[in-house]
Structure formats: C-alpha cells, structure tokens
Design a protein around this ligand. Structure first.
Ligand code: PLP
Length: 396
C-alpha cells in the first residue's frame, strides 16, 4: 500500500472535505445553500495587500527566491511577533505556502518514525494528517465542556503522555471549539512539556480573531519554552488571504536549517509577490483586521443566540476563531439520529444549511456540529432563518 493510499484511508480531513463536496453538489443542482461549512473569511483581501502583490509582480518579483522566505517578510513577521512578547530576530522564521505545509515540515523535522504526536480532540484534522505524513503516530488528548466553554482537560493530557510521546500540538484560539488557552493553562502545559521533554507545536493562526479580551499570549514566551516551541501562524484568516497560501513558523534556531531544506525540496519557495503582499499586510494599516473582527464578533453573537433558542442545543460562546461548536446530543436522541455526520447531512438536505458534523474533528467532536460565522451578513441572516426552521421542525 502506498503512503498516499494509507493516508487517504485514514484521513479525517476527508470527512471535512466530504461535507464541503455535498454542499457544492447541491449548489451545482441550483439550490441556494447557506454555507456555514468552510472556515474561510468571506471578506475580500484588503485592497492595499492586493495592490502590493500587483506592484511586486510588475517589479519582477516573479522568480525563485530563498526557500527560507524573503528577509523583508521575515523581519516584518519578527517585528509583529516581538510586539506580542516573542523573542525572534527573523533569522528563525521560515515562510511556507500556508500553515498547512509547515505543520508537516515541522513534524518531519522533529519526529523519528514511530514517535508520538499528541493532538487535541476535538481539533483541526490537519494535525493528524501532517503527523501521519511525517511518519509519526497520533494520540489524542481531550478537551472538555465546563459550563459555557471548552477547556483543556489537563489530567486527560497528562494521562495521554507515553514514553514515546515527542510532540504536543496546541491551538489557541482553537478550531473547532473557539477555546482560548489562558496564561494559567499555558503555564500548566509548559510545565508538562518541560517535565516530559516534549516539543510543542503551537498553532496561533487565529490569534487576531479573539473577541472578548486581548489576543492570547504565546506559550513560547514562557521560561524555557522558546527553545522547544515551534510557533506557526499565517495570513489566511486574519487578513482574509486563504487562497494566497502564506504561512510561517518561528523556530528554535536548531531547526531552521532542517525546515528550510524541507521547504526547498518540497516547494522550492513561497511565491515572492505573495510574500510582498504579506509585508504589506503586516506593515500597512490594520483597520481592515479590526473591522473584520468586529463583524465576526457580531455574527458570532447572532449565531450563538439563534442556536441557544433551540431547545436541546448547547452552544458555548467561542472566545476566538470562526466557529460555533454546538452540542446536539439531545436533538440526536430525540430524532434517533445516529451520528453528527447524519445530523449535518439532514440539516443540509432538509434545510439547506451546510455545516460540519463534529466527528470530522475527532471522536470527542461527535454529537456536535461546527458552524462557521465567517460568512457574509446576508448568508448568516439566511442561515439563521433556516436554523430557526430546523429548530421548529424538531419541536422547539
Ligand atoms: N490551522 C488551523 C487551526 C486551521 O483552522 C487552518 C485552516 O482552516 C489552518 C491551520 C490552515 O491554514 P492555511 O490556510 O494557512 O494553510
């Protein structure tokens, strides 16, 4: 069996892609679907960023460049991240075409075959995919509901660690739950990482999308953590640049050369005009980011309000990221629905609202639905009406 075959058979990311494909198939038949399935900002990329790419292309930034990334971009990244307390010079930054390939390169750089990578459950399926492609084993650690939020289950995390655990993946703000790890949680995780001598892969792609307080700190700022933490971040979400493919890692210096070689051999480099757009994003006005965040916050509140109005739906308020992660256990029981995938499928086919069954994010996501609020105000209004109709049809 090829690596690709084995990977495809076991890929959880496939479940996510299957929901998106089902929604697209209905759209192709002419149905109007409220698309709350993909975590993609509907806003256009801010015009000054697009202009910077045009100008760079006209200036000839259309050739191969350094696999590590343009110095100008790496230094802009370093300045931005230093402002939130990270110690980085830019020499420790490696740029990739999106965060996703960096997850794989980073794990390839630190894992030997068979090492264990601990990933959150529920969590972004890209971690499992990247770990498997890097030849590592995946183990899960649980997030749990307490009151109105998802939190890390520290005892569950400790219990998941084995002698072969090598990397701990954390993600805050988190996809799919919206959980934000506070300083106390980060300190506890740091203590565990130090005690068990673990690498930490900290996915901070949603840092700019935090709604009820300041952006969360990075675990890399804690004592002893800089040298064992790989911080990954990117432009897809904060700057509405999903299709540009631009991400990066801030690496402990001993990993820079290995990861740069992987980029050189895997992707050659990240397109230079895209990197110039990234410089404009970081060094230009941040008003668009502030405005988009304000809009997402309003849409988050409206979506959670509507979900909470449906008896049997548990809808914790996500502190960050772009998703409601609603518990629908009671509804599944009432409707004798066997799985969250079936529930999402019924919502799609009966009410034309596309969302993702929580099982796509791990066993701990079962009995939940993930609904994105990164959609236009019109789409969301439309979706809210349909969700209300769904609630009524279930006897709400
Ligand atoms: N990390 C998380 C938590 C995500 O939710 C996503 C995309 O949905 C990514 C990484 C991938 O980002 P990129 O578009 O930079 O590859």
């Amino acid at each position: 069996m090829t690596i690709a075959h084995r990977h495809t058979e076991r890929s959880r990311a496939d479940a996510l892609r299957a929901s998106v494909a089902a929604a697209r198939a209905l759209e192709a038949q002419g149905r109007r679907i409220a698309r709350l399935d993909i975590g993609e900002p509907h806003f256009p990329t801010p015009p000054h960023i697009v202009d910077a790419a045009h100008a760079a292309m006209r200036d000839g930034a259309t050739k191969y460049v350094s696999p590590q990334g343009l110095s100008e971009l790496r230094h802009a990244i370093a300045a931005t991240q230093r402002a939130r307390g990270l110690e980085t010079t830019g020499d420790d930054v490696v740029v990739t075409p999106g965060v996703k390939p960096m997850l794989m390169y980073a794990l390839m750089a630190v894992c030997r075959s068979g090492d264990e990578v601990l990933v959150p459950d529920p969590g972004y399926p890209g971690y499992t995919a990247a770990a498997r492609l890097a030849g590592a084993h995946v183990r899960h650690y649980p997030l749990v509901h307490t009151g109105d939020a998802f939190v890390l289950d520290l005892d569950g995390l400790r219990a998941a660690i084995t002698p072969t655990t090598h990397v701990l993946v954390i993600n805050s703000p988190q996809n799919p739950t919206g959980m934000v790890l506070d300083m106390q949680a980060l300190e506890a995780i740091a203590e565990i990482a130090l005690r068990h001598d673990l690498w930490v892969l900290s996915d901070e792609i949603y840092t700019a999308l935090t709604y009820d307080g300041p952006p969360p700190p990075s675990i890399a700022t804690l004592p002893g953590m800089g040298e064992r933490t790989i911080v990954v971040d990117g432009f897809s979400k904060a700057y509405a640049m999903t299709g540009w493919r631009l991400g990066y890692a801030i690496l402990p210096p001993r990993l820079v050369s290995a990861v740069t070689t992987l980029v050189a051999d895997g992707s050659t480099c990240t397109p230079p005009f895209v990197q110039h757009a990234g410089v404009a994003a970081l060094t230009g006005p941040q008003t668009a980011v502030v405005e988009m965040r304000r809009e997402y916050r309003a849409r988050r509140n409206a979506l959670i309000h509507q979900l909470r109005a449906i008896p049997g739906v548990r809808a914790p308020m996500p502190a960050g990221a772009l998703y409601a992660f609603a518990g629908v256990e009671a509804l599944m029981e009432r409707g004798s629905i066997a799985s969250s995938t079936d529930m999402a499928s019924s919502l799609l086919h009966r009410h034309h609202v596309a969302c993702v069954g929580g099982a796509a994010f791990g066993a701990g996501g079962e009995r939940h639905l993930r609904l994105s609020f990164a959609v236009s105000a019109e789409q969301l209004d439309d979706a809210l009406v349909r969700i209300a109709a769904w609630g009524s049809s279930l006897g709400a």
